[in-house]
Structures are given as structure tokens and as C-alpha cells.
Design a protein around this ligand. Structure first.
Ligand code: VGL
Ligand code: ZN
Length: 204
């Protein structure tokens, strides 16, 4: 089962959203074009309660992009984003959703952030994505979405730990910080991750 995972293609990560990824909207037509090349399409959604501790607004005297230690782990504080049920948390309205077989929500526990679609940042809570993919017989997992250097990066690291082979579709993703993304791509390539563009994919 050739598998595509859409990571956090949500309004708050799009230009004009509260945590916008530069040119994040440009991936939408690319993602729509490639969905039919895959046997299984799955999505993740950042889905925070309003009192989530990754929000600077929930810490006195802190501002977005400050760094703190939260329950023993380093945590960047973000602007409020992807509050569950809000329009900012919805998938981009132009993302074709008919082929999405399941959506895995993450970041629902207020005390811990969850960049990966598999586990929270302390590696304690599972979303069930790994078991789902294994039961479905998913192979050759391809990743796209936002942000390439944060949630996609950590999801790919976990996918390798879970024994999957991972491919990043670069033109169907965008990083939040493009200056550090070169190093991240090098690290992923060293771990055996394939980094391709949508043109390299075989239409079915
Ligand atoms: C993300 C920061 C905070 C992401 C989610 O989807 O990359 N980044 N929450
Ligand atoms: Zn988040």
C-alpha cells in the first residue's frame, strides 16, 4: 500500500494564519495532484485545547517564540494556533478530502506538545497511527504538508523508529524556517529518507 500522509495542512499554518509558514498555500495544488498516485491517503491535524501549554498566551510574561522547559523538555512557545473546533484548525478549504481515509489528531493533551503524528514530544502518548498503518499494510510512506522542519521532520523520525521507509515530497511541503532546512534535509538523507519532488512520482 503506497501511502501518502498529509501533515497539518491547516489554515493557521497558511499565509494569514496565526502561525503562518511562508508560501504554505503553494503546496495545496501539488498535494491534490498527487493524491491519486497513492493507495492510501491519511492526514494529521494539530488539534489543541485553548489551554495548551505550547501557547505563549498560557504563560505569564512569555511571548511567542520564547523557549521554556515544560515538564522536563524544551518547548518553543507559539502563538495560539489550531485550537480544536476553530476555523484555523480546519484543513485548507481547497484540499481535496474525499480520498483521505483517516485523520489523526494530535496535541490534545494540554501539558505536552506533539509535533510527530505518531507520539507526543515525550514519546508517551500514541495517536494510534503506527498501528493503523501496519494493519493497513502501508509501505513506502510519503510525507507532505506543514511544517517540513517541525511536524513533518518529527513524524519522519518516528516513522523510521517504527520501521517504515520514508520519503519527503519537498515541493508538497514548506518549512517554517528555510535557513535551517538544509541541515535537516542532510540529517534525514543520512537516515535513509528519500527526498524527492512530485514530478519524480509515478502516476497510477
Ligand atoms: C507545528 C509548531 C507548533 C507544525 C505545530 O505543524 O509544524 N509547528 N505546532
Ligand atoms: Zn501545535
Amino acid at each position: 500500500m503506497k501511502t501518502l500522509i498529509l501533515i497539518d495542512v491547516q489554515n493557521d499554518f497558511m499565509p494569514g494564519g496565526s502561525l503562518e509558514v511562508p508560501h504554505g498555500n503553494r503546496i495545496v495544488p501539488v498535494i491534490n495532484q498527487i493524491q491519486s498516485y497513492f493507495d492510501l491517503v491519511v492526514a494529521t491535524q494539530d488539534w489543541h485545547p485553548k489551554n495548551h501549554k505550547s501557547f505563549a498566551s498560557n504563560h505569564n510574561g512569555k511571548k511567542p517564540f520564547d523557549s521554556i522547559v515544560l515538564n522536563g523538555v524544551q518547548q518553543t512557545l507559539w502563538p495560539d494556533h489550531c485550537v480544536r473546533g476553530s476555523s484555523g484548525a480546519e484543513l485548507h478549504k481547497d484540499i481535496e478530502s474525499n480520498r483521505i481515509a483517516a485523520i489523526f489528531r494530535k496535541g490534545m493533551e494540554p501539558e505536552v506538545d506533539s509535533y510527530s503524528g505518531f507520539y507526543d514530544n515525550n514519546h508517551q502518548l500514541s495517536t494510534g497511527l503506527s498501528g493503523y498503518l501496519k494493519e493497513k499494510g502501508a509501505s513506502e510512506i510519503h510525507f507532505c504538508g506543514l511544517a517540513a522542519d517541525i511536524c513533518i521532520y518529527f513524524t519522519i523520525l518516528d516513522s523510521i523508529l517504527e520501521g517504515f521507509s520514508a520519503t519527503l515530497i519537498e515541493d508538497a511541503s514548506r518549512p517554517l524556517y528555510s535557513d535551517k532546512f538544509g541541515d535537516i534535509k542532510c540529517e534525514l538523507a543520512k537516515l535513509g529518507v528519500r527526498i524527492i519532488n512530485s514530478i519524480d512520482l509515478q502516476p497510477k
